[in-house]
Every structure is written in structure tokens, then in C-alpha cells.
Design a protein around this ligand. Sequence first.
Ligand code: NAD
Length: 384
Amino acid sequence: MSKQILCLPGDGIGPEIMAEALKVLDAAKQRFGLDIDVSHGLVGGAAIDHDGVPLSDETLELARHSDAILFGAVGGPKWDDQPMANRPEKGLLKLRSELDLFANLRPAMLFPQLAGASSLKPKLVAGLDILIVRELTGGIYFGEPRGVRTLGNGEREGYNTYVYRESEIRRIAKVAFEAARKRGGRLCSVDKSNVLEVTGLWREVVVEESAGYNDVELSHMYVDNAAMQLVRAPKQFDVMVTGNMFGDILSDCAAMLTGSIGMLPSASLNERHQGMYEPVHGSAPDIAGKNKANPLAQILSLAMLLRFSLAEGSSLAEGSSLAEGSSLANSSSTGASKAADAIEKAVSDVLDKGYRTADIASEGCQLMGTAEMGDAVVNSLLSV
Ligand code: NAD
């Protein structure tokens, strides 16, 4: 039976980079004989313009019935005046919460060809390979009550609620331990347990879970120190696990270590192994429509999709495929995972040839636009 992918390009550079990923998918289908149907939907600002809401019920239903979702990016100045409840980002948050996509896997891996593009010295980042496991459906981004109220003296006060249930901490901890077990065997849990009770519970539950993973070396770090260590000596980390807000910030920080936010894919998975795959960057309105965006994060997100959600025989519960999220390599023999390997190799090949979009450009490189970079990956994928 054919697999179903829902494609949600979104706003800004989203449609441009998605077009390149779809070219690559077509080439992968041709080379590996994959039986994949693609449907299309609107999300974010594009959905607000068409349907009045950032995610229509029809699109959500399509998402529920898909094996995987390939997501671009949402948002832009055009929709900045929307009320908070109807902003483009709400479409993304709704997809994550309705599909219970609680485990966000964000590899921060440095392609050796781009060591010079990092904001840190090459010797600090050469060989960097971190996997950040971020809890995605709980914490302060979803906690209630939330809002802005007017106090008795007329002053306004904004408030949010930082809350985690034990079960939410336990399931993300399991994912992180499984990932660490398959990688370097080290897990660093990031919290702020010296100040916030909710992260005190986080630490307690992570320690309880560690009893089942004697082969994984567990450490703890306060989030402020973790931010500092990421830019001081990032290679000390193997897998990091943390809550929604800390993970949001730390993974962007880790992204910059790799040279460009335009290189980094991510996966958000639920317990049924359904996933949504997206670049870690936003809709980049400053370069939208100019054929300047780097499509490689979107293309690498497609590779993750093929591996995590379409390859046979892998299960999140067993943690069987988590490690490959960072090593970007997989020995599984199914067509989808072979296609994932081949796409990642094609990306590495075009970097070897010196092809660069502006965000990763270096002296002597061959500068190219979004569409040309997509074509180069397709050519490399088909030239075997
Ligand atoms: P951004 O990630 O869109 O852009 C930050 C910087 O990185 C910009 O200079 C941009 O040009 C550059 N950049 C991003 N992706 C790139 C790529 N593929 N190639 C080359 N350069 C790239 O973040 P921002 O500027 O803070 O936000 C812009 C909009 O995106 C806002 O509306 C924000 O809410 C939204 N946003 C959406 C998501 C998402 O959809 N997941 C994530 C973050 C921000």
C-alpha cells in the first residue's frame, strides 16, 4: 500500500525550499521505486489568507491520516497584527499538540565541508555531533492559565504557566536514554532545578528513569551553564534532553555552531511513529521570493522523514532509529531508508563540489540559488 505524505509549505521561503525537497522526493521515488503519494495543504499565514485560520479542520484531518508531514515554515510581517490566538505559529503548535508529537529530535551535526562557516573556531566544532531531544507538547508554551490581565491599580501583567506532568517527563526521558544508548552513551539533562520546582521534578523523574539504563552515563546541567558550555566546548555533549522552552533556545544556539540554520533538519514524533519533519529555521521573510534560501535543511528533513516514518521495521518505542538522526547514516535495507541515506550522501556530495547558497558561502565556492542547489542535489542523487 502506498505511503501518504502531507506537504505543508507555509509562508516566506517555505514554498521555495519545499519545491526543491519535492524535486528530490521525485528523484528518490524514481531511483528507489518508492510508492509514496503526496497531498498538499495550507498552514500558517497562507491558511489565514485562504481559510481565516492558521490550520483548518480539513488540513488537520489530512495530517491525522498521513504517515508523515513535511513542513516548511510559517509566519511573516503580513500576519504580525493577527490576534495571538490566530497567529501563523498557532497552526504549527496545533499540529504538534493534536498529533501528540512530543519528541523533537534536533541533530546539530557539522558537515566537515562547512567547518569554516561556524561562528566558533574550527577546532572547537570539527566533528561536532550533538542530538538535542526537546519535549515539544508541554511546558510553558502550552501551560494554562496564560494571558495578560489588568491589576487593581490599572497596571497590566502578563503571565504563563510552566507545568510538566510526571508522565510527560518520563516518556521524553525514555526517548533520550534510548537515543544515548544507540550513540555515545552519554545523556545530559538540562534544567533549572535550583529555581523552578517544575524542573526539580524533571530532574527527579529523569534520575528514576536512569535505573533502566545503566549503560548510559547521566549528567545534569542548569540551562544557563548549558548555554555557556555549548559555545565554550560543544563537543563535550552527546545527547541533551530538556523541556520545550529551554530546548527551543539551546537547539537554535547549537544550530549556529554548525554554520547555518539553513542546514539543520528536525523530526517531531509521536508514539505511533507518525512524524512531522521541518527545518529548524523560520520563514526568513528577509530573503523570501529571492531564490536565496538554502533548501538543504528542508531536503535533509525529507531524508529524516523517509527514515523515521516510512522505513519499515523501526519503532520509536524501541528507540531503534533514533541514533541515526544525528549520525545521518543508517544500515537498514528498506527502500525508504536507502533513499534517506542516498539523499544525505547527495547533500554531502554537492558540498564537496563547493556548491554553496549565500548563507554558507566561503571563498572560492560556487555560489548558487535555491533552485540551482535543489537541482544539484537531484543530479547527484540520480548520477549513480
Ligand atoms: P528565521 O529562521 O526565519 O530567520 C533568521 C535568519 O536566518 C534570517 O536572517 C534568515 O534570512 C536566515 N535564514 C533562515 N532560514 C534560512 C535558509 N534556509 N537559508 C538561508 N538563510 C536562512 O527566524 P526569524 O527571522 O526570527 O523569524 C522569521 C519568521 O519566521 C517569523 O514570523 C517567525 O515567527 C517565523 N518562525 C517560524 C518558525 C517555524 O515555522 N518553525 C520557526 C522560527 C521562526
